[in-house]
Design a protein around this ligand. Structure first.
Ligand SMILES: CC(=O)[C@@H](O)[C@H](O)COP(=O)(O)O
Ligand SMILES: NCC(=O)COP(=O)(O)O
Length: 236
C-alpha cells in the first residue's frame, strides 16, 4: 500500500509569515526516505498554502510521483496540462472552507469532468476523482473514464461511535464496488495513526494520502519518524 504525503501544511507554516522557510520541497527526500511513494500537494485557487512556484518545482523534481490536487477549473486544468505531474486528483473547493468538506459531485458535472479527464489523460496525467463513498458517485467516476478514485475519509475520521462504524461500512462497500468496476482505489483526509489501520484493512485500497496529521506529528517527533510511524501501521 502506497503512502502519499500531503505537504500542504508545511506551506501553511511558511505562509503564516511569508518567509522562504520552511520550504515544502525540503520535505520530499525526507518523506521518500521514510517510505512514502508519492507526494501530494493541493494548489488551491486562493493559494492559502501551496504556491504556483511550489507545484512547478515539484512537477520538475526528478523521478517524483507528484499527485497534484486541484479544482476542476479552467485555470487549474491549464496549469496541470502544462506541468504534466504524474497524477492529479480533482477535489471540490470553496474559498470559505477551512479544509475539504466532502467529495466532488461527479454525477452533477459528468460532461465537464469527462472532458477534463480526456484532456489530462491525453498528456499522460493519471486522473483521480476525490469522492464520498456513494455508489452513484463511484459509478459516475467510472462512466467518465477516470481510472482512479480517492475515497473521502473525512467523515469517518470525524465521526464517533455508530456513525463512525456506519461510515467505515460505507467505505468498505464503496471500495468493493469500485474494485468490481475496475477502478483503482485510494483514500484520504483526516487520517491519523490511530484511525488508519481500519482503512488499511479494506483490501481494495492501494494508496492513502495523508498530510495534516503527519505534519502535526512531525512537530514533536520529526518528519522522518512521523512518516515511518504511518508506514508501520499501513500493513495488511
Ligand atoms: C482533498 C483533501 O482531502 C486534502 O488533500 C486537501 O488538500 C485538504 O485541503 P487542505 O490541505 O487545504 O486542508
Ligand atoms: N486527499 C487527502 C490528502 O491529501 C491529505 O488530507 P489530510 O491528511 O491533510 O486531511
Amino acid at each position: 500500500m502506497n503512502l502519499g504525503v500531503n505537504i500542504d501544511h508545511i506551506a501553511t507554516l511558511r505562509q503564516a509569515r511569508g518567509t522562504p522557510y520552511p520550504d515544502p520541497l525540503a520535505a520530499v527526500p525526507v518523506c521518500l526516505a521514510a517510505g512514502a511513494g508519492s507526494i501530494t500537494a493541493h494548489l488551491r485557487e486562493d493559494r492559502r498554502h501551496i504556491q504556483d512556484h511550489d507545484i512547478e518545482r515539484l512537477a520538475a523534481y526528478p523521478g517524483l510521483h507528484l499527485n497534484m490536487e486541484m479544482g476542476a477549473t479552467d485555470e487549474m486544468v491549464a496549469i496541470c496540462e502544462r506541468l504534466r505531474p504524474f497524477a492529479c486528483c480533482l477535489v471540490p473547493e470553496k474559498r470559505e472552507e477551512l479544509t475539504t468538506e466532502g467529495g466532488l459531485d461527479v454525477v452533477a458535472h459528468q460532461s465537464r469532468l469527462a472532458a477534463v479527464v480526456e484532456r489530462l489523460t491525453a498528456v499522460g496525467v493519471r486522473v483521480s476523482m476525490f469522492i464520498d463513498p456513494v455508489p452513484e458517485q463511484i459509478r459516475a467516476s467510472r462512466a467518465i473514464g477516470a481510472p482512479v478514485i480517492e475515497l473521502h475519509t473525512g467523515h469517518y475520521a470525524n465521526y464517533r461511535g455508530q456513525m463512525q462504524s456506519n461510515e467505515l461500512a460505507a467505505l468498505r462497500d464503496g471500495a468493493s464496488l469500485a474494485g468490481d468496476l475496475g477502478l483503482i482505489v485510494h483514500a484520504g483526509h483526516g487520517l491519523t495513526v490511530e484511525n488508519t489501520p481500519a482503512i488499511c484493512a479494506i483490501p481494495e485500497i492501494e494508496e492513502l494520502n495523508i498530510g495534516h496529521a503527519i505534519v502535526a506529528d512531525a512537530i514533536f517527533k520529526g518528519l522522518h519518524q512521523a512518516v515511518a510511524d504511518f508506514k508501520a501501521v499501513m500493513v495488511r
